[in-house]
Write a protein that binds this ligand. Sequence first.
Ligand code: LMR
Length: 398
Amino acid sequence: MYEKLQPVAEDPILALMARYRCDTHPNKLDLGIGVYKDEQGKTPIMQAVSSAERLLLAHETSKSYIGPAGSEGFNRLMAQLVFGGDHTVIREQRVVSAQTPGGCGALRIGAELLASCSPTGRIWVSDPTWANHRPLLAGAGLEIREYPYYDAEQRTIRFSEMIDTLNRAEAGDIVLLHGCCHNPTGADLEPAQWRALAELIERRGLMPFVDIAYQGLGEGLDEDAYGVRYLADYLPEMMVATSCSKNFGLYRERTGALFLIGRTASQTERAGGQLFSRIRSHYSMPPAHGGAVVETILDDPRLNALWMSELNAMRERIRYLRHQLVDRLEHAGVAGDFRHIRHQRGMFSFLGIAREQVVALRKQYSIYLVDSGRFNLAGLSNRSVDYFVDALAQTVGT
Ligand code: LMR
């Protein structure tokens, strides 16, 4: 039976991670997958996470099933983190939350539910978007369309073209938006743009699906949630997927959440029932450990404060590295305009170099970037930035 299966194209991000692991070059540099690394090139376990794990080890009393929705405490605290504690949708009981296996689990299960109720079965994604969005959403049965987002020449958002395109979307179409730290461009919508988008979405009868996988890594936990909170205030219905991979460093624990917002409390409850039944028929229920760690942190003022200070330090270090890199590229006279990297947000930006140059960096210097030229700022360090700048100067010219 398996002989009928065709070989698949490799995943552009995971394939790089595998190649990097096999590379024996002493100065190899992984700027591919979106994982935070410290000055020593390690991805540390956050202290708040280790402390929470110790508490769990000492006090956890059962490994019994947690149910399709996951932990009630995790869901409540995560909804407060994303929407803010006193948001209308929480007060009006118009949000149903599900703990999910990572942000991917949230995206997939949310897309499955939307595919079953959208009259057009169509979703609009930004051009470009994260490489796994397409397989996740198309795999759920949604037809994918693109709206213009990033101008690679000008290094700015093509906002008026985005609006023009979405103005032609049909009622019931879904629009996928990046809540903050746009992946792969690092170019985020400004508050006034979110407000204009909310007005368009309401006028055209569209359904927003927000992916906010990097909350806290752009400007701050509240600042990064501006768009998602505004849409939730302005619009009657939406779907939101979030992840604890980056802001809690829980990558391999597969911890995320999906929030469904409905028009009324009773409609939301009914839609929630459909959501949980879908979860039951897919993976039955989420893994518990990562969610228990997050719940322990968010529920304990001392651990919460520790986590926030660690998250702030990660964000500030990424911002510092953005400035360091551009300063050194300019100082070395590397050909090209890199100024956009300074003010973009989150882990990623495009370097703006050709694919052949990305391949040359990999082959000659063991520096790993995604073929599109997306690179992970959080993979750099004070030590490696000079190696990166020298390699770029040799590859791109001065
Ligand atoms: C990335 O974009 O590198 C991360 O979201 C990790 C992944 O799974 O692709």
